[in-house]
Design a protein around this ligand. Structure first.
Ligand code: GDP
Ligand code: MG
Ligand code: ZN
Length: 261
């Protein structure tokens, strides 16, 4: 689930997919790595209860292996403990490893900006043109929204029948938080581990004495942008909770919630 577009003051949820076991978070290697976007996607994925997997696409377009390694490492750095696969939907690299996640009738949702190659991977895994794929603009590699609805696609096994399910989704432009589970704690497990050593249990990692997180930033073992990013997400989640509470209150007053289904 994510927060739907901001319409006035109301917080509305948008369900992208349900009953999923695994979420592939796709990023194209040809674009500059976007750590902030990946962090948000990881929070959504962890909050959903599914297992996130980072999938880095379009390997065939990379001719500088050092640059490829740098981009992989940059994204990996904000996905502690998350499996990473480097693939090409066109050439086929890494696809067998992806297929394994669907084994045992599991459902795998593919999430990512439009143009990263979600539908191409679905087609390659299924072995046919089941999903239409789009063209990306040369300049910024952005795709148009070729996949306009969420699609559930059976992943066939030999000789017949499905061994699992793929859920192709339209590109998500704004990754806004919705639910308030343990997503942030899990997506920022590295920061939370450091914060165990802060003097105060409710340390905000601002000006507190004996703050282990601030110390890690000073020593250079924690990227200050990652800490900022986490604080921003915590604030976003807190604001959302306030909105949700305010809304429930209004509904209570109007008697909405007392009605029997
Ligand atoms: N070279 C190359 N192009 C790819 C790859 N995957 C996708 N593309 C191209 O990128 C464009 C967008 O792919 P598509 O699967 O529609 O992206 P989606 O919006 O995430 O579903 C299409 O022109 C694809 O042919 C890949 O692994 N290598
Ligand atoms: Mg698509
Ligand atoms: Zn602290």
């Amino acid at each position: 689930m994510r927060r739907a577009s901001f319409e006035g003051q109301r917080a509305e949820a948008h369900t992208i997919a349900a009953n999923i076991d695994v979420v592939f978070l796709l990023h194209a290697l040809v674009s500059p790595p976007n750590q902030r976007r990946l962090e948000r996607e990881l929070v959504l994925a962890f909050d959903s209860g599914a297992q996130p997997v980072l999938v880095l696409t379009k390997l065939d377009l990379m001719d500088d292996s050092d640059e490829t390694a740098r981009r992989v490492a940059t994204l990996e750095a904000v996905a502690p403990g998350v499996p990473v696969h480097v693939v090409s939907g066109v050439r086929g690299d890494g696809l067998d490893d992806l297929r394994r996640y669907a084994r045992g009738y599991r459902s795998v949702a593919l999430l990512g900006a439009s143009g990263v190659g979600k539908s191409t991977i679905v087609n390659a895994l299924v072995g046919g043109q089941v999903q239409s794929t789009g063209v990306v603009r040369e300049g910024d590699q952005r795709g148009r929204h070729t996949t306009t609805a969420v699609q559930l696609v059976a992943l066939p096994s030999d000789p017949v029948g499905a061994e699992g399910w793929l859920i192709d989704t339209p590109g998500v432009r704004a990754v806004s938080l919705w639910s308030s589970g343990t997503g942030i704690e899990r997506a920022f497990a590295d920061v939370f581990a450091i914060s165990d050593a802060c003097r105060f249990r409710d340390c905000k990692h601002e000006e507190e004495p004996d703050c282990a997180v601030s110390a890690a930033v000073r020593e250079g073992s924690l990227d200050p942008r990652r800490l900022d990013s986490m604080k921003r997400l915590v604030a976003e989640e807190a604001a959302l909770e306030e909105e949700q509470k305010a809304r429930l209150k209004v509904e209570d007053r109007r008697g909405f919630r007392k009605r029997k289904p």
